[in-house]
Write a protein that binds this ligand. Structure first.
Ligand SMILES: C[S@@+](CC[C@H](N)C(=O)[O-])C[C@H]1O[C@@H](n2cnc3c(N)ncnc32)[C@H](O)[C@@H]1O
Length: 239
C-alpha cells in the first residue's frame, strides 16, 4: 500500500470504529492491554511533575494513565482521528483530568512541538499504523529532552510453534469475525493482521531504535511475543 493511501485508509478505519474501539480492545486482547500498560508504566518510573506526549493516543487510556502517574505534569495526547479523540475527551473529563491533559489533532509523522520539550514520548498500538515508523521514532526522539525516553507498546510477532500457528489463526480469522459480530465492521478488523505483516519483529524494532540513536534500548515481550514493549533513552549528545 502506498504511504499516502495507507494513511488515508488507517484514518478512515479509526474514524469509523471509534464508538466501539474500547469494547473491542477489551474483547480481542482478552483485557491484556490493561496489564501490559500497567507493566509499562512501572518500567517507565515516571516521577511527579514529569511531562509526556502520547502519540496515536486514540481514546486516551494511556494518556490518562500518564496524567495520573505524573500528578501535575502537562500531558499531551495526539491523534489524527477526531472521532477517537472525541471519545477520549469524554473520558478525560469524567476523570477530572482536563486541566492536565491537552488533546491535539495532528499527525504523528510531523509533531507540532519544539525539540527537547517532553520527558517521555509514548506510542501505544500506533507505530504499526503509520506510513514511516522511522520518521515517527525520529519525531519522538526529537521532542523528548536529553535523558528522556521513547516508549512503544505494540503488537509483535510470536515465533514459538505451536503457539504461533494458533495465534495467527485467531488473529487472521477469528478476530475479524468478532469485529463483524460486535462492531459490525469486518474490513476494518481485517486491517489489524494486515498491518502486522510488514511491521518489524521485536529484534528488528530494537535495531531501529539503536539506528536512530536511542541508547539503553530495552525490550520486554508479552505472551510469547504477541506484543512487546520497547524503551530507549535520548542521549545527552544527540539532543
Ligand atoms: C490501535 S489505535 C491505538 C489507540 C491507543 N493508543 C490505545 O492504545 O488504545 C491506533 C491509533 O493511531 C491513530 N493513528 C494512526 N496513524 C496516525 C498518524 N499518522 N498520526 C496520528 N494518529 C494516527 C489512529 O487514529 C488510532 O487512534
Amino acid at each position: 500500500m502506498q504511504s499516502k493511501s495507507k494513511e488515508e485508509h488507517v484514518h478512515a478505519v479509526f474514524e469509523s470504529i471509534a464508538p466501539k474501539y474500547d469494547l473491542m480492545n477489551d474483547l480481542i486482547s482478552f483485557g491484556r492491554h490493561k496489564a501490559w500498560r500497567k507493566f509499562t508504566m512501572r518500567k517507565m518510573g515516571m516521577k511527579p511533575g514529569a511531562t509526556a506526549i502520547d502519540l496515536c493516543c486514540g481514546t486516551c487510556d494511556w494518556t490518562i494513565a500518564l496524567a495520573r502517574e505524573s500528578v501535575s505534569g502537562g500531558i499531551v495526547g495526539l491523534d489524527f482521528s477526531q472521532n477517537m479523540l472525541d471519545v477520549g475527551k469524554q473520558k478525560i473529563k469524567r476523570e477530572g483530568l482536563d486541566h492536565q491533559i491537552s488533546v491535539v489533532q495532528g499527525n504523528a509523522m510531523s509533531l507540532p512541538f519544539e525539540d527537547n520539550r517532553f520527558d517521555y514520548a509514548t506510542i501505544g498500538f500506533g507505530l504499526r499504523n503509520v506510513p514511516d515508523l522511522e520518521q515517527v521514532l525520529r519525531e519522538m526522539m526529537r521532542v523528548v529532552k536529553p535523558g528522556g525516553q521513547v516508549v512503544c507498546l505494540e503488537m509483535s510477532k510470536p515465533t514459538w510453534q505451536p503457539f504461533k500457528g494458533i495465534y495467527y489463526f485467531y488473529f487472521e480469522k477469528v478476530m475479524p469475525a468478532i469485529g463483524k459480530l460486535v462492531a459490525k465492521k469486518y474490513e476494518q478488523y481485517k486491517w489489524l493482521p494486515e498491518s502486522l505483516k510488514t511491521f518489524p519483529d521485536s529484534k528488528q524494532l530494537a535495531a531501529k531504535y539503536r539506528e536512530i540513536g536511542l541508547t539503553n534500548v530495552r525490550v520486554f515481550p508479552f505472551v510469547f511475543g504477541v506484543a512487546a514493549l520497547h524503551m530507549g533513552t535520548k542521549g545527552t549528545d544527540n539532543g
